[in-house]
Write a protein that binds this ligand. Structure first.
Ligand SMILES: CC(C)(COP(=O)(O)OP(=O)(O)OC[C@H]1O[C@@H](n2cnc3c(N)ncnc32)[C@H](O)[C@@H]1OP(=O)(O)O)[C@@H](O)C(=O)NCCC(=O)NCCS
Length: 355
């Protein structure tokens, strides 16, 4: 029995720390009106509802391709796989390259091609392409690699999630403080798993694109004097929250039930780091579907110090735990873990994996 196995992980955590206090001089607007609360009051409330104390922004001229390449190199070193042997190089992102001081997405050539170039991979049979699927884009790349393996098209895939959201947010929007930059990568290989039953066990995914399509998108700044032609990433936070609570726990349950693993055996949930309040509520509701309470320490979190770096949150979080850099969390051979994500589209996905 062959399964998709994780043979390496890597991440890039930007060095610039942007703390909540760095927003103390920021004026916050909504719909052209200055918010009546002071920046301090807004920041305090923000921390209370999101759990975020600080976040990371890329420095200098680093781009999403640059940081994706760094994460990829770490994953390759970790796996010992020769980069020339990779069949699929898949990059989940939403905005391509956004150069400092601009708010223009550059997606031609694809980030995957640029990263393949930076890694110096010569093999033309290493197919490099991007995947735009909102925050769940990286996990969708994993699901896609698994499907390519099962179809006999590929045997080794490098799946990267990379984003520089600090360059697409509206500084006058208080929700912008949620978002951050980062990159994570994973090397997957299709290998014989008959002895220990390791590998990807199951997956589930959904797209809701009726009125939900407007929950996260691009809109002009809330500042009254801003150029209406320039658009920034905006979300209807309450709508996103309610959507996630209504659909993500059920999608996670569908994935776990498909795997055949009893819920009591699930060791860790690597959930998209959206915000603390939303993630806590999703996991609580997931266990309620089994008439259980969420076990302590089931969900590692990095949101407090890394913010929400979209596609990069799960691979970065998993890399930290796998390398024992986020105590007390750790994973042992045989542990069953779940990855789950939600974001623009609106898209949802989940994957169960035996380590
Ligand atoms: C953004 C979010 C944290 C706001 O929380 P919320 O409870 O829905 O916020 P509400 O609109 O009900 O407002 C609750 C309070 O928080 C304040 N508030 C809302 N967003 C805020 C923000 N970003 N910063 C500071 N305060 C905020 C409101 O003014 C209100 O204050 P009040 O009680 O003094 O009147 C929440 O909607 C959410 O988690 N959304 C999901 C967003 C997300 O993670 N997206 C990532 C893509 S997956």
């Amino acid at each position: 029995m062959f399964r998709s196995l994780i043979s390496g992980t890597g991440s890039y955590i930007p060095t610039h720390i942007q703390s909540n206090l760095d927003f103390l001089q920021q004026a916050f607007y909504a719909n052209g009106q200055l918010l009546s609360s002071s920046p301090k009051e807004i920041i305090d409330k923000f921390r209370q509802i999101t759990g975020i104390e600080e976040r990371r922004y890329v420095s200098g001229g680093l781009t999403a391709a640059d940081i994706g390449s760094i994460a990829a190199r770490h994953a390759l070193e970790d796996s010992g796989v020769d980069p020339e042997d990779i069949d699929q190089l898949i990059v989940g992102h939403n905005f391509g390259i956004v150069l400092p001081g601009t708010i223009q997405s550059i997606a031609v050539p694809s980030l995957a091609s640029l990263i393949k170039h930076q890694l110096g991979i010569r093999n033309p049979a290493c197919i490099a392409y991007d995947l735009v699927f909102g925050c769940p884009g990286w996990l969708q790349g994993i699901i896609q690699a698994d499907a390519f393996f099962k179809a006999g098209i590929a045997q080794k895939a490098l799946v990267i999630g990379t984003e520089t959201l600090s360059r697409v947010v509206d500084p006058y929007d208080r929700d912008s403080m949620i978002f951050s930059d980062g990159a994570g990568a994973m090397l997957l290989e299709y290998r014989d798993a008959s002895v220990n039953g390791r590998g990807i066990l199951s997956a589930s995914m959904q797209t809701h694109a009726l009125e939900e399509v407007n929950y996260i998108g691009m809109e002009p700044s809330g500042h009254p004097n801003s150029d209406p032609q320039v658009r920034y990433m905006k979300m209807k936070g309450r709508k996103v929250y309610e959507f996630a609570l209504s659909h993500v726990p059920a999608a996670m349950k569908e994935c776990l039930d498909k795997s055949g693993v009893p819920v009591g055996e699930l060791k860790k949930i690597f959930l998209h780091q959206a915000n603390e309040k939303m993630d806590d509520a999703i996991v609580k509701r997931f266990y309620e579907l089994y008439d259980l309470q969420a076990p302590e320490n089931v969900m590692p979190m990095s949101i407090q110090w890394l913010g929400n770096s979209s596609v990069a949150t799960i691979p970065t979080l998993f890399d930290l735990v796998r390398k024992n850099q986020l105590p007390p969390h750790n994973i042992q051979p045989g542990d069953v873990v779940m990855f789950a994500s939600v974001g623009a589209g609106m898209n949802i996905n989940a994957v169960c994996y035996r380590c």
